[in-house]
Design a binder for this molecule. Structure first.
Ligand code: NDP
Ligand code: GDR
Length: 356
């Protein structure tokens, strides 16, 4: 067991919650930054919370925001972490086209604010820094697997902001000797995935359709290809990156690619439905083969101004240097997500029925 202290920025997100679990298991003291919200926003970590007055409590949260430099500086000064994981971001690619300035402020300048705070506080190489970089940096224009040395071509305000964060992380490593590393992570999902990302949107819809709470699922581009892994595996990779003697940048991916269409088919298959497709483009429709129900339609609102068509990672460097490889297969990921949402919807339906 370790006695280290970690600060997780973005602790309330999907990855933040799994990473908190992992670090607590390893004996860390974990401090998380949460945003002020008008309603509760800590659902993903509530099960880990213990009253800080409890002897031995090792998980604590602080209010803060990536757009607030003084706050970041104060929290880092108070916590004096051995490791900082910057997982905080406006992380939705499509939303970044609607909120490009906010996305840049949070994802790009937010990263700079943390790195500057570390420099001002003279944390040096005593504090290791992890930057949540992304496969979106590659832009997915070709159809070959992407590695650490594949050229970048950001295709959204989100990706462009993350590119700045990627390079600032390297710059602080080279200029000031920081132990600062990028994890270039391909898509990773889980039952805790935000409800508007395509995988969770699909698995929730499958469950809601099963319980008669939704008729149809509206989607955008069915042909895009993604390398989908499980978030639990990926937070293990983040931790391993920071345990290396020397800082470096690593791709974490499964090395397997699927279309959105395949994800849809696989998710409906978990509840025993086979999807058959008819029509093309925006007129394409997905039917249940047995019942003939019209379950999937295309809504052009979900098409993006610029799409990333193909993301497939080559995690060879992470396998070789970190000894990291994913343990959860695509089909197990999809069934875990569907079954979890079937249970969530069952509880929701029970509540609705009870309250009329
Ligand atoms: P989520 O969207 O689930 O979580 C993002 C976290 O950032 C949340 O805790 C959110 O708080 C917080 N946050 C958002 N804006 C701010 C802000 N202005 N100040 C402080 N905190 C903020 O993302 P994931 O957990 O899926 O991803 C973690 C990181 O990894 C992100 O940076 C993402 O861009 C990156 N990434 C994710 C991949 C994936 O497939 N999941 C792949 C590659 C990279 P709140 O809960 O209040 O919204
Ligand atoms: P992505 O994830 O953009 O890859 O970013 P998302 O699940 O939003 O989209 C994946 C692909 O599905 C297509 N798609 C739809 N997407 C959404 N959200 N909703 C739809 O209805 C829909 N229909 C089709 C998209 O066009 C896209 O091609 C995620 C985020 O977690 C980022 O933060 C992270 O950096 C990258 O993964 C790697």
């Amino acid at each position: 067991m370790t006695n280290k202290t970690a600060l997780i920025i973005g602790v309330t997100g999907q990855d933040g919650s799994y990473l908190t679990e992992l670090l607590l298991e390893k004996g860390y003291h974990v401090h998380g930054l949460k945003r002020r919200s008008s309603s509760f926003n800590t659902a993903r970590v509530d099960h880990l919370y213990v009253d800080p007055r409890t002897p031995g409590a090792r998980f604590q949260m602080h209010f803060g925001d990536l757009t607030d430099a003084m706050n970041l500086c104060r929290v880092i000064q108070e916590v004096r972490p051995d490791e900082i994981y910057n997982l905080g971001a406006q992380s939705h690619v499509q939303v970044s086209f609607e909120t490009p300035e906010y996305t840049a402020n949070t994802d790009a300048l937010g990263t700079l604010r943390i790195l500057e705070a570390m420099r001002i506080l003279k944390l040096g190489a005593d504090c290791r820094y992890y930057q949540a970089s992304t496969s979106e940096l590659f832009g997915g224009l070709g159809e070959t697997a992407q590695r650490e040395d594949t050229p970048f071509h950001p295709r959204s305000p989100y990706a462009a902001a993350k590119l700045y964060a990627y390079w600032m992380t390297i710059n602080y490593r080279e200029a000031y000797g920081f132990h600062a590393s990028n994890g270039i992570l391909f898509n990773h999902e889980s039952p805790r995935r935000g409800e508007t990302f395509v995988t969770r949107k699909i698995t929730r819809a499958v469950a809601a359709i099963e319980w008669g709470m939704q008729d149809k699922l509206y989607l955008g581009n069915l042909e895009t290809k993604r390398d989908w892994g499980h978030a639990k595996d990926y937070v293990e990779g983040m931790w391993r990156i920071l345990q290396q003697d020397a800082p470096d940048d690593y791709v974490l991916a499964t090395g397997e690619v699927h279309t959105v269409r395949e994800f849809v088919e696989c998710a409906f298959d978990v509840v025993g439905r086979t999807i058959v497709w008819e029509g093309h483009g925006v007129d394409e429709v997905g039917y249940d083969r047995k019942s003939g129900e019209r379950l999937i339609e295309i809504d052009p609102r979900y098409f993006r101004p610029a799409e990333v068509d193909f993301l497939l990672g080559d995690p060879g460097k992470a396998w070789a240097r970190l000894g990291w490889s994913p343990t959860i297969s695509f089909s197990n990921l999809v069934s875990e997500m569907v079954m979890s949402d079937v249970n969530v919807m069952m509880r929701e339906k029970g509540r609705n029925d009870l309250h009329g």
